[in-house]
Design a protein around this ligand. Structure first.
Ligand code: NAD
Length: 486
């Protein structure tokens, strides 16, 4: 067990370290400071990268069994400390108990499942004359840059596959949610050699230093599409490998044969889970005109039953917006709808005098297709509900976005559901369900929602170099096939 009442410090080379400068972590439900945390200097990042590089020389030679054992030990330790992690996650991120539980217990599950994955050597040729194998070798030091919506799980999505493939890491949480990740770094010191996992805390500049750092071989980044483009530009300087998990504007298409009452809670949580601060939230809800009014009415009725408040209260189902800048951004979307005269089916009024960064659940009734609320990613609890009539047209509208992260289709006619789903241009398409993830299921974005993927063996492979080794068993016949052909 680790002590959550002590200071929150960085983990560099197995030691807990502070820094000259600090910054504050806030409780979004109250706007009050919870803790101050280290603001890493560039020299501290250099020290973390140097420690990770030194640790790589032996960690790369550890066996799959040893790495798997370490990940399982981390999973056990997360489980043992789950109660403290869940409380802290609610305090720093704002999410209520159920969400915190899903994220923390899920992080342990992810460690255990990724611990079962490996990439055996591929034997391309093995004859009396030659043997050719392709190995999947670790890259070196991985820099993990994490957002504030799922701070622990999205850190684990980087830590587990990087460790399992023999890499070492430097992880940077979002400056808005550093606390759980700093404790995670502290916890992992018991199960990993010094330097294998370093956790540094700081602002966006620290992220920029990481993407430009010559000692880092790969950046695994989750965050905004615009930030992802900066990461890619900066990583190009040293041709780093990159995995980018970016923004989304996920459509959901509702067919005319749904039962409005039954589907409404599903659609509600598809959009508002984690207070809609979710890359895969349904952000555009296309409902067939035959059931539009009924579905909207049921959604409003369901929304009225949902308790919004401080996540620390047992009855709360939706918490606050996680941080002040994001709160201002969501308010701006609501203001934009108000200015343009769009109708709110529910919500749309913000009490700016209230404590904490709360925005009410807001449904916008059929705004224009080219409105900001339809075209952009608000990342907060405001959802446009849109009417459709023609199947080809709704598929075109759903795909008419620079994003391609997720999508869903809802209906009783399974052939229609599957037909429509197959035409949606997104990394994950859910049919009559949503937000089902697995460590063994590839997850990533099409178009400007990302590059590469996380989870599954495809995700694991992104932490490796192909390493093809050919052996000519007949000494003296080593010319290249190209030379022979000539
Ligand atoms: P963000 O891009 O502002 O920040 C993410 C991280 O990047 C933070 O740690 C931040 O400090 C760091 N950072 C900021 N500028 C940087 C730079 N120039 N170089 C390097 N690092 C930099 O994103 P956010 O507001 O924390 O998260 C919300 C966004 O993340 C949304 O767009 C959401 O859709 C996306 N997201 C995507 C996924 C996915 O898997 N596709 C999952 C969760 C969130």
């Amino acid at each position: 067990m680790i002590d959550f009442n002590t200071q929150y410090l960085q983990t560099i080379n197995g030691k807990l370290v502070g820094s000259e400068r600090t910054f504050a972590a806030y409780n979004p439900a109250t706007g009050e400071v919870i803790e101050t945390v280290p603001d890493a200097s560039e020299a501290q990042l250099d020290a973390a990268v140097a420690a990770a590089a030194a640790a790589f020389t032996s960690w790369r030679n550890s066996t799959v069994v040893e790495r798997s054992r370490a990940l399982n030990a981390i999973a056990d330790a997360i489980d043992k400390n789950a109660e403290s992690f869940m409380r802290l996650l609610t305090r720093e991120q704002g999410k209520p108990r159920a969400g915190a539980q899903w994220e923390i217990l899920g992080s342990a599950i992810w460690c255990r499942e990724i611990a079962k994955q490996s990439l055996p050597d591929e034997v391309v040729e093995d004859t009396p004359d030659r043997r050719v194998i392709t190995r999947f070798s670790p890259l070196g030091v991985v820099g993990g840059i994490v957002p504030w919506n799922f701070p622990v799980l999205l850190a684990i999505w980087k830590i587990a596959p990087a460790l399992m493939t023999g890499n070492t890491l430097v992880i940077k949480p979002s400056p808005f949610t550093p606390l759980c990740t700093l404790k995670l770094g502290e916890l992992c010191r018991d199960f990993l050699p010094p330097g294998v996992l370093n956790v540094v805390s700081g602002g966006d500049d620290l992220g920029k230093w990481m993407t430009a750092h010559p000692g880092i071989a790969k950046i695994a980044f989750t965050g905004h599409t615009e930030t992802g483009k900066s990461v890619m530009r900066s990583a190009a300087g040293t041709l780093k490998r990159i995995t980018l998990e970016l923004g989304g504007n996920d459509p959901a298409i509702v067919l005319p044969d749904v039962d409005p009452k039954k589907v409404a809670p599903e659609l509600f949580w598809a959009a508002f889970q984690n207070n809609a601060q979710f890359c895969n939230s349904t952000k555009r809800l296309y409902v067939h005109e035959d059931v539009y009014s009924d579905v909207l009415r049921e959604l409003v009725a369901y929304a009225r039953s949902v308790v919004v408040g401080d996540g620390a209260n047992e009855t709360t189902q939706l918490g606050p917006i996680q941080n002040k800048p994001q709160y201002e951004k969501v308010c701006e979307y609501i203001d934009d709808c108000t200015r343009n005269g769009y109708r709110f089916a529910i919500g749309g009024k913000i009490d700016r005098t209230a404590k904490g960064w709360f925005v009410p659940v807001t449904l916008v009734d059929n705004p224009p297709e080219d409105s900001r609320i339809v075209r952009e990613e608000p990342f907060g609890p405001i959802l446009p509900v849109l009417k459709w009539r023609d199947e080809a047209d709704v598929i075109r509208r759903a795909n008419d976005t620079e994003y391609g992260l997720g999508a869903s289709v809802w209906g009783s006619d399974l052939a229609a559901v599957e037909r429509i789903g197959a035409q949606l241009d997104a990394g994950t398409v859910w049919l009559n369900e949503i937000h089902q993830y697995s460590p063994h299921q590839a997850f990533g974005g099409h178009k400007q929602s990302g590059i590469g993927c996380e989870n599954s063996l495809h995700g694991l492979m992104e932490y490796t170099n192909w390493h093809t080794i050919t052996l000519n068993k007949k000494i003296g016949y080593g010319r290249s096939s190209a030379t022979r052909a000539a």
